[in-house]
Design a protein around this ligand. Structure first.
Ligand code: NDP
Length: 451
C-alpha cells in the first residue's frame, strides 16, 4: 500500500505550522477546514493515499514581486506584491486582489485556500487564488493609485490569463483600480480578453457584480431563516464595514423589510436607531466611493445617530449580524455578547471575520451561522458569470443575473445542509461548506493522479 497520511489531526496541524512559520492566518484557516475534513475522510482511504488535504493546503505556487512607483512628490516608493495560486483542479485560478497595509503572504495564502472551497461550492468551474499588495490606497491621489496599479500589473500580467488565472477586486480594489489594471494589461499584451472581473459596464463588466457579494450574503441568511420557517422582514441587523460588501448587504436587508442599525470602518462604527435606509445607504456609498471620507461624517449629516470611535458594532442588540469588513473582526467575547443579546443568525460577508473561538460560541449556542466561504460566494459566482459572458462576447441583463444569483445562493445553502445537517434540526454550515467544497476538488485531483 502507498504511504498514507493517516496522521491524527494534531500531528497534521503541527506539520502545517512547521512548514508555514509565523503564518498564523493561514494556519488558522487550514485548522478550521482540517477538523471537518478529517472526520469526513476517516473511512475514505483513497483521499489519504493521495494525500489530498496535504496537497490542497500547499499552494500550487506563490509569486512575490517588487512594485515600484513614484508618488506625487517624485519620491520613489517600493511595495511588495503577491499572487497566490492555490489550486486549479476544477478551473482557472480565481480570486480577488487586495490593497491594504495589513496584506502579508500569510493573509493571501489563507484567502486563496478558502477561495478554493468557496469557488468549488458555487458549482462553477473556478480554482482558487488570491493576490494583493501592502499598499494603502487611503489618502493617495488618483494619479498615485493609477501609477501603482500600472506598476503592479506590469509584473502580474505574465502570471494571469483568461484560462489561467482571473483576478478580481477585494479590499481596497474597486472599479477604479480594476479599470487601471485592465487598461495596463491590455496595453502590455495588446489583447482585450476577460482577464479580470469586476470590470466597468462599459468594458465587459457584468450587471449585478457590484451588488453580488453583499446581496448574496443576505440571500444566504434568508435561506438559513427559511430553513427554520422564518424571514428577514421586521428584524434588526448589525453590519460592520461600509465598503462594497457592507453597503450592498445593508441595501438588501432593507429591501427585505429589515432594519440596519450599524455600519463601520476601520476608525469606528455608527449606530442609527432609526435605521440606515436606502437614502442613507446611497449617501454612504457616495461618501466612500467618490468623496473617500470617513464613516464618522455620518453623524454630521443625520441626527439621532452616534459615532463610536475605535469600537466595533457587536455590542448593539440585534436579531441578525453580518460582519462585512475584514478577517478576525469578531472575537469570542463579541460572539458571546451577540448571543447574550439574542442574535439568531450570522452571515459573513467578509472572509473569516469570526475567530475560531467565536465560531465555537455560535455553534454551542446553536445560532444559525453562515461562514464566509458559503455566505459571500455570490461575488465570485457572478464573477464566474462575467467570465462566461466575456468568453461568449455577450452580456446578460440585470434581471437574468439577479435570478441566477438567487438560485446560486440557494444551491450553495442546500449543499451546506446536505453535508452539515447534524440530525437534531441544527445545521453546521461550516462543516457542510467545508465538505461540499472539498469533495469536488478532491475528486478532480484523484482523477488526475499524482500531479
Ligand atoms: P472595501 O474595501 O470596499 O471595504 C472594506 C471595509 O472594511 C471598509 O469599510 C474598511 O474601512 C473596512 N476595513 C478594512 N480593514 C479593516 C480593519 N482592519 N478593521 C476594521 N475595518 C476594516 O472591501 P469589500 O467590501 O470588497 O470587502 C470586505 C470583505 O469582504 C473582505 O473580507 C473581502 O475579502 C470580502 N469579500 C469581498 C468580495 C467582493 O466582491 N468585494 C467577495 C467576497 C468577499 P476603511 O475604509 O477604514 O479601510
Amino acid at each position: 500500500m502507498a504511504v498514507s497520511d493517516h496522521v491524527d489531526l494534531e500531528t497534521f496541524i503541527k506539520g502545517v505550522e512547521k512548514r508555514n512559520p509565523g503564518q498564523n492566518e493561514f494556519v488558522q484557516a487550514v485548522t478550521e477546514v482540517a477538523q471537518d475534513i478529517f472526520e469526513f475522510i476517516a473511512d475514505k482511504e483513497e483521499y489519504h493515499e493521495a494525500q489530498i488535504l496535504r496537497r490542497i493546503a500547499e499552494p500550487d505556487r506563490v509569486v512575490s514581486f517588487r512594485v515600484c512607483w513614484e508618488d506625487d512628490n517624485h519620491n520613489v516608493r517600493v511595495q511588495r506584491g503577491w499572487r497566490v495560486q492555490n489550486n486549479n483542479a476544477i478551473g482557472p485560478y480565481k480570486g480577488g486582489i487586495r490593497f491594504h497595509p495589513s496584506v502579508t503572504e500569510s493573509v493571501l495564502k489563507f484567502l486563496a485556500f478558502e477561495q478554493t472551497f468557496k469557488n468549488s461550492l458555487t458549482g462553477l468551474p473556478m480554482g482558487g487564488g488570491k493576490g494583493g499588495a501592502n499598499f494603502n490606497p487611503r489618502g493617495k491621489s488618483d494619479g498615485e493609485v493609477m501609477r501603482f496599479c500600472q506598476s503592479f500589473m506590469t509584473e502580474l500580467y505574465r502570471h494571469i490569463g483568461p484560462d489561467t488565472d482571473v483576478p478580481a477586486g477585494d479590499i481596497g480594489v474597486g472599479a477604479r483600480e480594476i479599470g487601471y489594471m485592465f487598461g495596463q494589461y491590455k496595453r502590455i499584451t495588446g489583447r482585450w480578453e476577460g482577464v479580470l472581473t469586476g470590470k466597468g459596464m462599459e468594458y465587459g463588466g457584468s450587471q449585478m457584480r457590484p451588488e453580488a457579494t453583499g446581496y448574496g450574503a443576505v440571500y444566504f441568511m434568508q435561506n438559513m431563516l427559511k430553513h427554520k420557517k422564518d424571514g428577514i422582514d421586521g428584524k434588526t441587523a448589525v453590519i460592520s464595514g461600509s465598503g462594497n460588501v457592507a453597503t450592498h448587504a445593508a441595501e438588501q436587508i432593507t429591501k427585505q423589510g429589515g432594519k440596519v442599525l450599524t455600519l463601520s470602518d476601520s476608525g469606528g462604527f455608527i449606530h442609527d436607531p432609526d435605521g440606515i435606509d436606502q437614502d442613507k445607504i446611497d449617501w454612504i456609498k457616495d461618501l466612500k466611493t467618490n468623496r473617500r471620507g470617513r464613516i464618522s461624517e455620518y453623524t454630521d449629516e443625520f441626527t439621532g445617530a452616534s459615532y463610536h470611535e475605535g469600537e466595533r458594532p457587536w455590542g448593539v442588540k440585534c436579531d441578525l449580524a453580518l460582519p462585512c469588513a475584514t478577517q478576525n473582526e469578531l472575537n469570542g467575547d463579541e460572539a458571546r455578547t451577540l448571543v447574550d443579546n439574542g442574535v439568531i443568525a450570522v452571515s459573513e460577508g467578509a472572509n473569516m471575520p469570526t475567530t475560531l473561538e467565536g465560531v465555537h460560541i455560535f455553534h454551542d449556542a446553536k445560532i444559525m451561522y453562515g461562514p464566509g466561504k458559503a455566505a459571500n460566494a455570490g461575488g465570485v459566482a457572478v464573477s464566474g458569470l462575467e467570465m462566461s459572458q466575456n468568453a461568449e462576447r455577450i452580456s446578460w441583463n440585470h434581471e437574468r443575473l439577479g435570478t441566477m444569483l438567487t438560485e446560486l445562493m440557494e444551491g450553495i445553502h442546500d449543499k451546506c445542509v446536505k453535508y452539515g445537517d447534524q440530525g437534531d434540526g441544527y445545521v453546521d454550515y461550516v462543516k457542510g461548506a467545508n465538505i461540499a467544497g472539498f469533495k469536488k476538488v478532491a475528486d478532480a485531483m484523484l482523477a488526475y493522479g499524482v500531479v
